[in-house]
Ligand binder design. Structure first.
Ligand code: F3S
Length: 402
């Protein structure tokens, strides 16, 4: 990989050990993927924050950057941590967990990474433009940035995203190159989806296309939050970083019939079977919403359905969102409505990367196929999926929908 004179100086340690470490990581990455050179990025989004998933080894690595004097030079946003940073005691988090978790946040802050602690940086002002190069690492945010904005980012690891935030560059390979953004698998949708279908469809498509770029034709009623759901599930089931959704993705024009290797038709009967496959077999103990982190509109939807009602005493309802989004929803009174009904709204974390779901529960219900994918492996509890409205109704009645 070609390095500029400035890059070489950094690699030789002339700009400090922290920057040298960051440049070495990017250089190795670029060599591995045979990148021709580095390109400038406009922002980074850094995963690898939760003490539950990363442990002490993360602290060691971050301390190396900090001791070496590293500092970010582009806006860098942090992924969710392992707990609500202010209400961790109410989540049942122990101080043995909270102490190192807060240390991780402090080191990131000292490096210049903003403690947004969310997987939805685009809901709090980090809105990239079309063709802008980024180094984002949370898979759902990567899919969203490539798909909805037409920005360009690979699925970075937490460390490579941090290295890019420090250097302000990333190696030129993968989804930064237009030729790798051309759709390869065509999915033809022939039904009008219900709300739950976006996440289930995403999971199905992600499993079918692996690392190939999908083109989705015929998907109706698509807004920002549906793309958020669809993209998160696709990213969880496969290695996809970009989806072309007809009439939504700015680069849909890259579609070429001759580049399509597979055509997969999805009709109402396939969708019916998917809904049945992921529906909970019995009444769960816990209902979790907000994967990816809930938007202001989603919090409003939840609050409207809970207004003046009470959640069944047999169940818990937890909603996860970003601190900045929660602040707006609090001003609108929606957080209070959800909490008056017996629910909890936590920020900075989520149902997967925090220890809030433990073996004491038998079944968790969610409206997200991504959360349902990770809860059994990372929390050790089986999961089921229903639409948001059905999840809320179940939390209120304590009964499965018909
Ligand atoms: Fe975000 Fe956690 Fe889901 S990080 S995408 S809410 S698993």
């Amino acid at each position: 990989m070609h390095l500029t004179k400035e890059d070489e100086k950094i690699l030789n340690g002339e700009c400090g050990e922290g920057a040298q470490l960051a440049m070495q990581i990017l250089y190795n990455l670029g060599e591995f993927y045979e990148a021709s050179r580095m390109i400038e990025i406009s922002s980074a989004q850094v995963s690898g924050v939760s003490y539950k998933t990363c442990g002490e080894s993360l602290i060691d690595v971050l301390e190396q950057f900090a001791k070496g004097g590293a500092r970010t030079c582009v806006p860098a946003y942090l992924n969710p941590a392992g707990m609500d940073l202010s209400r961790w005691k109410e989540m049942g988090i122990t101080s043995e967990f909270a102490k190192p978790q807060l240390r991780i946040i402090d080191i990131y802050k000292s490096l210049g990474v903003l403690p947004t602690s969310s997987c939805t940086p685009y809901l709090m002002g980090n809105i990239p433009r079309r063709r802008e190069h980024l180094a984002w690492s949370e898979s759902s945010a990567v899919v969203f940035a490539n798909t909805f904005f037409g920005a360009r980012t690979n699925r970075e690891s937490g460390i490579s995203a941090l290295a890019s935030a420090i250097i302000g560059k990333t190696p030129l390979y993968g989804l930064h190159l237009i030729e790798n953004r051309v759709p390869e698998v065509l999915f033809k949708i022939s039904f009008t989806p219900e709300e739950v279908d976006y996440t289930l469809l995403g999971y199905y498509i992600g499993k079918k296309c692996g690392a190939k770029v999908p083109y989705i034709k015929g998907l109706s009623v698509v807004g920002r939050d549906q793309i958020k759901s669809l993209g998160a599930a696709i990213g969880a089931a496969g290695a996809v970083g970009l989806i072309h959704v007809e009439n939504i993705t700015p680069e849909c024009g890259l579609y070429r019939r001759e580049a399509i290797t597979d055509i997969i038709k999805i009709n109402a009967s396939v969708m019916h079977d998917l809904r049945a496959e992921y529906a909970p077999p019995e009444v769960p103990d816990v209902v979790v919403l907000g994967c990816p982190h809930a938007s202001v509109e989603e919090l409003k939807f939840i609050a409207e359905r809970l207004k003046g009602k009470k959640i069944s005493r047999k169940l818990k309802l937890w909603v996860f969102t970003a601190g900045a989004v929660k602040c707006i929803a609090e001003r609108m009174g929606w957080v209070q409505t959800i909490e008056n009904a017996g629910g909890e709204v936590f920020c900075d974390t989520c149902m997967v990367v925090s220890p809030i779901i433990s073996a004491e529960y038998d079944l968790v219900l969610t409206d997200s196929a991504k959360a349902a994918h990770y809860i059994p492996t990372l929390c050790g509890v089986p999961s089921g999926v229903l639409g948001t409205e059905d999840c809320i109704n179940l939390a209120l009645t304590g009964k499965l929908p018909d």
